[in-house]
Design a protein. Structure first.
Length: 344
């Protein structure tokens, strides 16, 4: 076991003994999931892609604005792609663009209604990419103050739309966690305790992932509430497997023609280690890029179904394993409920 994993075990033990679980949480919906068109019951997700994007704007937190793009044009570009995905049998898509990076819940609702896909949007802030999308107020507010903003979006809807987030999306750079990244993770923890929303955290590397698990544990959050987004970027397979063994969700996204072989091997490795029950797969595809003519090159969401799943089958994975990756695991990972560490 590596030094960093041993260090995390100590943090986990300490966190379990001093879990800070509020006696009363904010009111939450009885729904199992929240889509941009409203609540969904526990059996509603079906075949799910857990990490995709429709639109992104990397202009910076204080510059990104809906005035920078034509929503009707984005709709025309994205709708055929989403409709094609629906024809592949996909039923649900998690759109992972956070606030201040191009999140547009009303556009997503239009696309959901037109395509037939169930789409989930998010709350939270993106501290990766050197904090380009972190708004100024986040530096001066406490984790609980930030959490109050995100909790309000869940309880009352985003920006007056009535559309509620279905999960928390946070981004952090590679470890060690910076002060602002740690604050965002802590704000996510308080949001989870109040709402039960899953924490999907863009994580730069395994060191950051283990730090995140330690921060969450000290605040009373079980690893099952954490999705390690971009886990394929960590070269140490044992670290990925260890995080999965603790209960964290290991998300292997970015599936593409260029990464097909490495993603197949990553899934097979976790399957050999009997950890397929903690694996999520997706493509991180789409990406209408604000500022580029016509949004640039919008990458199809269908490659996973056209090539990745057949490749997994060619290496021996059957219907049960594919169902786990695309149906059972996403439903378990993103079902709204508090997952806490109880004091020992």
């Amino acid at each position: 076991m590596s030094v960093r994993r041993r260090g995390f075990l100590a943090a986990l033990a300490g966190g379990a003994a001093s879990a800070l679980v509020p006696a009363r949480a904010h009111a939450t919906s009885a729904a199992a999931f929240q889509s941009v068109r409203g609540p969904l019951d526990a059996a509603a997700l079906g075949t799910t892609l857990v990490h995709e994007h429709v639109l992104v704007d990397f202009a910076g937190a204080e510059t990104a604005s809906r005035s920078r793009y034509d929503a009707d044009e984005v709709f025309r570009v994205a709708l055929p792609q989403l409709a094609e995905l629906r024809r592949r049998g996909c039923q649900t898509l998690l759109e992972c663009t956070p606030a201040h990076l191009g999140r547009d819940p009303q556009l997503l609702r239009r696309l959901s209604e037109a395509s037939g896909l169930q789409i989930l949007t998010n709350t939270g802030y993106y501290g990766a990419a050197r904090d380009i999308a972190v708004p100024k107020h986040a530096y001066g507010e406490s984790p609980k103050q930030l959490a109050a903003r995100w909790i309000a979006e869940y309880e009352r809807g985003i920006e007056g739309t009535g559309i509620r987030p279905g999960f928390v999306k946070i981004g952090v750079d590679p470890g060690p966690l910076s002060a602002i990244d740690r604050k965002l993770v802590e704000a996510g923890a308080w949001t989870h305790l109040a709402t039960g929303l899953t924490l999907a955290i863009h994580t730069g590397d395994g060191r950051a992932a283990l730090e995140i698990m330690g921060v969450l544990s000290r605040l009373g959050i079980a690893p099952e509430a954490y999705v390690w987004v971009h886990a394929q970027s960590e070269p140490d397979r044992a670290t990925r497997a260890w995080a999965a063994q603790q209960g964290a969700w290991v998300e292997l996204d970015g599936v593409s023609p260029r990464t097909l072989d490495s993603h197949v091997e990553a899934v097979l490795d976790l399957n050999r280690r009997n950890r397929l029950d903690r694996v999520l797969v997706s493509q991180d595809a789409g990406w209408y890029h604000v500022g580029e003519p016509g949004g640039g090159s919008y990458r199809s969401h269908a490659f996973l179904f056209d090539a990745f799943v057949p490749a997994l089958r060619a290496f021996g994975l059957g219907d049960a394993e594919i169902h786990a990756l695309l149906v059972r695991n996403p439903a378990e990972a993103f079902r709204i409920r508090r997952r806490v560490v109880r004091p020992s």
